[in-house]
Design a protein around this ligand. Structure first.
Ligand SMILES: Nc1ncnc2c1ncn2[C@@H]1O[C@H](COP(=O)(O)OP(=O)(O)OP(=O)(O)O)[C@@H](O)[C@H]1O
Length: 399
């Protein structure tokens, strides 16, 4: 056994040690016995520790691609390398221990408890009972299922979202370096789905697996993907890029159509607030006198100021009109609590503004006030994010 295989072998490594592995597809094709070309000459690299998404219309070869990676389907031509090793030369059982697989129908065994289901692979690997139990409970906690409540339940006694989480826990149980996920969240309603996506992203932050994720939903793809491959019939990759590139610079009409006419809006979700986007109104404190606040407004030539409390937390704002007269800033300020942490998406900033009916949102780094976003600066930020990108937009602008 070489060193790489040993490091990746969950039977010999402690939980949490399954380092991510790169997956490389080289000239991979699948022609089914009836002559259908599922995938033709596919070249793709899924970077170690990244979440790559395959997205495309029904029948374009997404599932075929996934199943070739864990050899449920054998490629007709080409090579697939997992951590540099040709998967066709690895014993399929050994291979599948390195690959967690989550599918839409989840595939939990109906007559086994959640705990037994999640412990399936570690038990097959011969872990002792205590180690399996500890690992299963740890994983159930990780995916947000209290083992004391859910461990002894059967799959039928869980909601759709809980079953999905149990499925993810089971796929992670032996700490595989690679996870394949085929439309794992498509069977649940949109609200649960969004929650599962967020939880899953948080989980990925900590486990950093190489994940290949199939969906036909572009919203889901841009939300969760580090990189997205947009595929068309025959497993042809039309574009393989980050969500921001894909939305900002679709490579061709197929991709532009697929990502949708509202891709500018979708981009809001994948573009972070940048400190360069912020405006810097004067800052005053609740305990300051109004005369000082007026002086600050005058110095900045500003119509309003941000008001912070004694602990430097956001209190609200003070308009020039209300700054007239005597007294403290605190007595004249209006409360306003619209704020977002720095590195939020522009979408979050925009949604916060709308939800709180605020004319601006403060941007904070921890407790530190960095500046504000107004509708104008948000608009400028969005323009920055799409600047000179979409060909037809650029063309229209020149015309
Ligand atoms: N066993 C099979 N025999 C013949 N053709 C097949 C077989 N399995 C899949 N195909 C065909 O291969 C092509 C790719 O199928 P695949 O399931 O990979 O698509 P997909 O992109 O995952 O689709 P969907 O989004 O609908 O799940 C389709 O045209 C499909 O009909």
């Amino acid at each position: 056994m070489d060193a790489t295989a040993q490091a990746a072998d969950p039977a010999t490594s402690p939980p949490g040690s399954g380092t991510a592995e790169e997956i490389v597809l080289e000239g991979v094709s699948k022609v089914y016995p009836d002559g259908t070309v599922g995938v033709a000459e596919l070249d793709l690299t899924f970077a170690a520790g990244e979440l790559s998404v395959l997205v495309g219309p029904s029948g374009c070869g997404k599932t075929t691609t996934m199943k070739m990676i864990n050899r449920i389907i054998e490629p007709t031509t080409g090579r697939i390398l997992l951590g540099g090793e040709d998967v066709t030369r690895v014993d399929p059982d050994r291979l599948r221990r390195r690959i967690g697989y989550v599918i839409q129908s989840i595939g939990l065994f109906p007559h086994q408890s959640v705990r037994t289901n999640v412990g399936t692979v570690p038990r097959l690997l011969g872990w002792d009972r205590h180690r399996v139990r500890a690992r299963v409970d740890e994983l159930l906690e990780t995916v947000g299922l209290d083992p004391k409540i859910f461990g002894d339940r059967y799959p039928a006694q869980l909601s759709g979202g809980q079953r999905q989480r149990a499925g993810v826990a089971r796929a992670l149980a032996a700490d595989p370096p690679v996870l394949l996920m085929d439309e794992p969240f498509s069977a649940v309603d949109p609200v649960v789905r969004e929650r599962l996506q967020s939880e899953f992203l948080r989980l990925q932050e900590s486990v950093r697996k190489t994940i290949v994720f199939v969906t036909h939903d572009i919203e889901e793809a841009v939300r969760i993907g580090d990189r997205i491959a947009v595929m068309s019939a025959g497993g042809h990759v039309e574009q393989y890029a980050t969500p921001a590139e894909l939305l900002g610079r679709p490579a061709n009409e197929f991709v532009a159509d697929f990502v949708g006419a509202d891709r500018g809006l979708k981009r809001l979700a994948v573009t972070d607030v940048d400190t360069a986007d912020l405006e810097h109104p004067p800052v005053v404190h609740v305990a300051d006198g109004l005369a000082d606040a007026r002086a600050a407004l005058q110095r900045h030539g500003a119509r309003w100021a941000v008001v912070l409390d004694d602990d430097e937390n956001l209190h609200g704002w003070l308009s020039a009109e209300r700054a007239a007269g005597a007294g403290t800033v605190g007595s004249a300020a209006r409360r306003m609590e619209a704020w977002v942490p720095v590195h939020s998406s522009l979408k979050t900033a925009f949604a916060t503004m709308l939800q709180l009916e605020a004319g601006w949102v403060a941007v904070l780094d921890g407790d530190r006030f960095l500046g504000v976003l107004t509708p104008e600066s948000l608009h400028a930020a969005l323009r920055r994010s799409v600047e000179g990108v979409a060909p037809e937009v650029a063309g229209a602008a020149q015309a």
